[in-house]
Write a protein that binds this ligand. Structure first.
Ligand code: PLP
Length: 361
């Protein structure tokens, strides 16, 4: 079958994107999905209303420039509108960045494990992938990242807080790193989860962006704003880079409903941040409880927690959660549990306690 159409040979080598599983059902138990780092809270009520209103006119194309959203984001971030690039999620911004920088003969450097799209996007461009292993505590290895850069490198992807492990990048780590990166090489700071970060030394992407013209920010309304299903995010970039990004992003990729929802949610950003900090407080308590149960848990700054487990133990843990109708995410080296409803987290706490006891016994 593979000779039937002229598809790229490289497709056979693409790493798969494995979406978070839906929960299995178990008699008498409400199922919970803690496998995709979604916000377990719905968007704010006025955002839901705005979405319903936008649904009244599905026959019309959206505003291709997302004019109001771009204007509001620019005012909110105190940048020029030419520096804001809307997209269908941060994913589209990341994809566009790879489209404007990577091709065969170039390389891309990124931490690993990190967001699964990075190697997929690199493969799509035929670029050389240079994953740099994280440190044992789940943080970026900045000397390792610097060592991986050479004349072929056109893009560096950083993730703060890192998905799946959780730690954020500190301001001083990023500054030290940027000083080592050639000024013409683009660095993207993927801040999909930055609203959940509470550690004192976490890098402020906007402050860093103002210092380094080759730094691009990728942000999203999918996580803290609870709009993952609508697909809306944005990039903040030097106008030259932003213009190139707009060249490769499909027109109309941000739907009308997504635009009005993002505008409304941004206008209530303070409330969104309060809710994000509540999620963060739950995360910190959950993290501590898993540690108390005997598990090794990284310091998370996102809306999820990473548990280090060998591969057999990770399978056993995932299955034990599934028996409780809770879907979590298993990856190489551990499992990631998204912060969700108390009932769901309590079931995972219980799994953790009996899991460790059975390993000790
Ligand atoms: C680190 C990271 N970046 C980007 C994204 C993409 O988010 P979206 O395309 O929904 O904005 C995700 C989604 O899970 C993520 O974990």
């Amino acid at each position: 079958m593979s000779n039937r159409f002229r598809l790229r040979d490289a497709l056979a080598e693409f790493p798969p994107y494995v979406p978070g599983k839906p929960p299995t059902t178990a008699p008498g138990l409400k199922p919970y999905k803690l496998s995709s780092n979604e916000n377990h809270l719905p968007p704010l009520p006025s955002v839901v209303e705005a979405i319903a209103d936008a649904g009244q006119a599905p026959a019309n194309y959206p505003d291709p420039k997302a004019t109001k959203l771009v204007a509001d984001l620019a005012a909110h971030l105190d940048v020029d509108q030419s520096e804001v690039v809307p997209g269908a999620g941060a994913s589209e911004i990341l994809s566009a960045l790879t489209n404007i920088t990577l091709e065969a003969g170039t390389s891309v450097v990124y931490p690993w494990p990190s967001f699964e799209m990075y190697p997929i996007l690199a493969s799509a461009r035929g670029a050389e992938k240079r994953p740099v292993p994280l440190l044992d505590d789940g943080r970026h290895d900045f000397p390792g990242l610097v060592a991986a850069i050479d004349d072929t490198t056109r893009l560096i992807m950083l993730c703060s807080p890192n998905n799946p492990t959780g730690p954020s990048i500190s301001a001083s780590e990023l500054e030290g790193f940027m000083a080592e990166v050639p000024a013409e090489v683009i660095v993207v700071l993927d801040e999909a989860y930055f609203e959940f970060a509470t550690a004192a030394e976490v890098v402020d992407g906007m402050a860093a962006y103002r210092k380094f013209p080759n730094l691009v920010l990728a942000r999203t309304f999918s996580k803290a704003h609870g709009l993952a299903g609508l697909r809306v995010g944005f990039g903040v970039a030097d106008p030259t880079i932003a213009t190139a990004l707009r060249q490769v992003i499909a027109p109309f990729s941000v739907t009308s409903a997504a635009q009005v929802a993002a505008v409304e949610s941004l206008s209530r950003n303070d409330e969104v941040l309060v809710r994000a900090k509540e999620v963060a407080a739950t995360r910190d308590q959950f993290e501590q409880d898993l540690r108390d149960a005997g598990l090794t848990v990284a310091d998370s700054q996102g809306n999820y927690v990473w548990v280090n487990l060998d591969d057999d133990a990770a399978i056993a843990f995932e299955e034990a959660c599934a028996r409780q109708a809770v879907a979590i995410r298993r990856l190489s080296g551990g499992v990631r549990v998204s912060i969700g409803a108390d009932e769901a987290l309590d079931r995972v706490r219980e799994v953790a306690r009996s899991f460790e006891q059975s390993r000790i016994a």
